[in-house]
Design a protein around this ligand. Structure first.
Ligand code: NAD
Length: 390
């Protein structure tokens, strides 16, 4: 049952373009599992979106929600399009029609989308508004990642990077290492990488390198992360003309720094059989901020090197956890303070980290296998307990 998605929807729909033409678009929404609760997962706008990719991402969401104990199953959606070539008006038309097409699957009780690659709080606002227009009243809990003004949660923007830093701190505790004596390098300086770097530096460690699509920014004495964030655009690209006391290095050099902690937080497939061999002996922890940054071949090399890997389904689960808080707040029309949100996030991340660590020690397996053991056994137990209908 767990190998196959529960349901898959393909929609082909027309959109009015600015030049007066009508163009057809194809989109998908896949629910992998509903045994632990309504489905949760982002919507991606990208020319390479395929049904198979959406299936895989939906299954990943099932495991991620289960590993941190959220009452959700996994879903994902996507539209095949090139958003950078579309106007705001065209994107709004596309979003509202896609939302209407997938409304047969979407609801606060059934399936709650969120942002993913190339979708953002504005896109979520259009989805929420479209759904609410059809209902005749406001339904904030139908999507998460919304702007604060219409029921978004405080702390959501920072949540994934904050979770990465909490897991790293717990791993340092387990390895009996002092954060203040550690150096870190972070690949990616967007939503996840930027906030991971900031929260790691708040733990007292030196973040000596961050990178973006243009290359790496390096200062052996430690980078001023708040300053770098102030000169970074909304695509996570740092303005090189305003760098202070930092040098530029080629993009690939993030992985070969003499640091204690590496945080891939940009793209999938970055730590490969080839790049993993370039990791220095000083590295003790690899904290996966991105989804799927490490290939199976690299996993073997990392294990041989004795590197403690915090797997993506645990390490970057802070984002979906605060999305869960946003959904709960939206259902109750009662909103929490940022302090309350961060406190609850901290509790869930620390508990989940220790659950996975406990399994890894008990069964003598690495953290990734332990995270999958925990996630799959939770979903399997719920499946068996509910039984097969009729
Ligand atoms: P983002 O678009 O905000 O930032 C991406 C960063 O990576 C940017 O700094 C960009 O310049 C950089 N980048 C892009 N291509 C690169 C390349 N070829 N080499 C080096 N750097 C490159 O994206 P994000 O939301 O931070 O997501 C990053 C990763 O984290 C993705 O794998 C995403 O699926 C995963 N993730 C995100 C969240 C979230 O809440 N945003 C939650 C869980 C997982």
């Amino acid at each position: 049952m767990l190998r196959l998605p529960k349901r898959e929807l393909t929609v082909n729909f027309p959109v009015h373009m600015d030049d007066g033409s009508v163009r057809m678009f194809t989109g998908y929404r896949v629910h992998h599992s509903t045994v632990r609760g309504p489905t949760k997962g982002g919507i991606r706008y990208h020319p390479d979106v395929t049904l198979d990719e959406v299936r895989a991402l939906a299954m990943w969401m099932t495991w991620k929600c289960a590993v941190v104990g959220l009452p959700f199953g996994g879903a994902k959606g996507g539209v095949v399009c090139k958003p950078e070539e579309m106007s705001m008006n065209e994107l709004e038309n596309l979003t509202r029609r896609y939302a209407t097409e997938i409304a047969v699957l979407m609801s606060p009780e059934g399936d709650i989308p969120a942002p993913d690659v190339n979708t953002n709080p504005q896109v979520m606002a259009w989805i929420m508004d479209t759904y609410s227009m059809h209902k005749g009243y406001s339904v904030p809990a139908v999507v998460t990642g919304k702007p604060i003004s219409i029921g978004g949660s405080l702390g959501r923007r920072d949540a994934t990077g904050r979770g990465v830093a909490i897991c790293t701190r717990e791993a340092l505790k387990y390895l009996k290492m002092d954060p203040k004596a550690c150096r870190a390098a972070v690949q990616g300086f967007g939503n996840v990488g930027g906030s991971a770097a900031l929260n790691l530096s708040r733990l007292g460690m030196k973040v000596v390198l961050v990178s973006d699509i243009k290359g790496c920014i390096f200062n052996p004495a430690g980078l001023d992360i708040p300053y770098l964030q102030s000169i970074t655009d909304r695509f996570g690209v740092v303005d090189r003309s305003r760098l202070r006391g930092a040098e530029e290095l080629p993009g690939s050099s993030w992985i070969e720094q003499k640091v204690d902690i590496l945080v891939p937080a940009a793209l999938e497939g970055q730590v490969t059989g080839e790049t993993a061999t370039r990791i220095k002996d000083t590295v003790k922890i690899l904290a996966e901020g991105a989804n799927g940054p490490t290939t199976p071949e690299a996993d073997v090399i990392l294990n041989d090197k004795g590197i403690f890997v915090i797997p993506d389904i645990l390490c970057n689960a802070g984002g979906v956890t605060v999305s869960y808080f946003e959904w709960v707040q939206g259902l109750q029309f009662f909103f929490w303070s940022e302090e309350e949100i961060n406190k609850r996030l901290e509790e869930i991340m620390v508990r989940s980290f220790n659950d996975v660590l406990g399994i890894s020690q008990e069964k003598n397996v690495d953290m990734r296998v332990a995270a999958y053991i925990l996630a799959i056994s939770r979903v399997a137990e719920a499946t068996m307990t509910r039984g097969i209908y009729p």
